[in-house]
Design a protein around this ligand. Sequence first.
Ligand code: F0G
Length: 367
Amino acid sequence: AHQWRGVIREYADRLPVTESTRVITLGEGGTPLVHAQKLSELTGSTVYLKVEGMNPTGSFKDRGMTMAMTAAVASGAKAVVCASTGNTSASAAAYATAAGLKCAVLVPEGKISMGKLSQAIAHGATLLQVDGNFDNCLDIARKLGESYPVFLVNSVNPARIQGQKTGAFEIVDSLGDAPDIHVLPVGNAGNITAYWKGYKEYSAPFESETAGTLPAVSTKTPQMWGFQAAGAAPFVAGHPITEPDTIATAIRIGNPASWDGAIAARDESGGFIDAVTDEQILDAHRWLSAREGVFVEPGSAAGVAGLLKKHAAGEVPTGKTIVITVTGHGLKDPQWALRTEDGSEVQPVKVSNDVVTVAAELGLEEK
Ligand code: F0G
């Protein structure tokens, strides 16, 4: 049977690598494209979820990190640095370990989930909690990358975008063509930039650095529909937000680094970037776990929240193919699953160690 070899080896002829490149990989990519039955029934379109929580560190960041860490090693770097709301730091820490590099991560104090924090620590990164938000952390990380001997692995590094574009390739390879609409959460805007790059490259002949001219794979490109958290929606406001706030800490970002990339993706694709409230995000988070069987972290549900919002407004077309990237695993930030809709904590039912009591509690009658 074919063993998936990670995104660099699977898509080597479409990435800036050669035969002699030392590839740093943990087997990322090749994630499931799951048919979302309930979302499809609801909308009358065929809806798929690209389940990026199935990557090695539990988020889509691994696609970019394999490229960034490969570039770091090629450059002779000894140490890498990133700013993060949590997932990038988890990924950087793991891939730095695989590469044998030191890793420093800057995170906003008190605003990252326990799961993500534990990953960075487990992989031996030096973790600094900065008295500021993600945008402040990224400022410092960029300055460190410019003026100190550390290699920056945030998505302002073009290697990250190169790796993350493979998400679009996998979707087209699975469906046989591009979807009509691609929906995803938008934070620092690297991912919407990367997907759009991937879809564009697959829809036209591609000049490979190693394999000559490759033919187009898809006949079209999708509309890109991006969704931000309402309290952290600079693209909706049209300017950076100085005090971004949302329970979806992954996308609590006010000054996205890939501003121009996101605007190009939105406008060239004929799509839009809109906002969803925290309540809509948590509703979509619950919808995915309870109705589709897919457990994601809250920020990851912003795309689904957006689709549900647009559907309620009568703005989702029927008969189309729609792919939604769900960006990170539910176990990253499990506390939200343990709350009911009214905000109270879920209490497990306790029973005695006895089959008759358990059957009665389950409402079962003996057959
Ligand atoms: N979803 C999740 C789960 C994320 O962690 C992020 C970004 C996004 C969506 C937004 O993607 O930034 O490419 O627009 N997380 C970054 C981090 C900022 O540090 O982990 P984007």
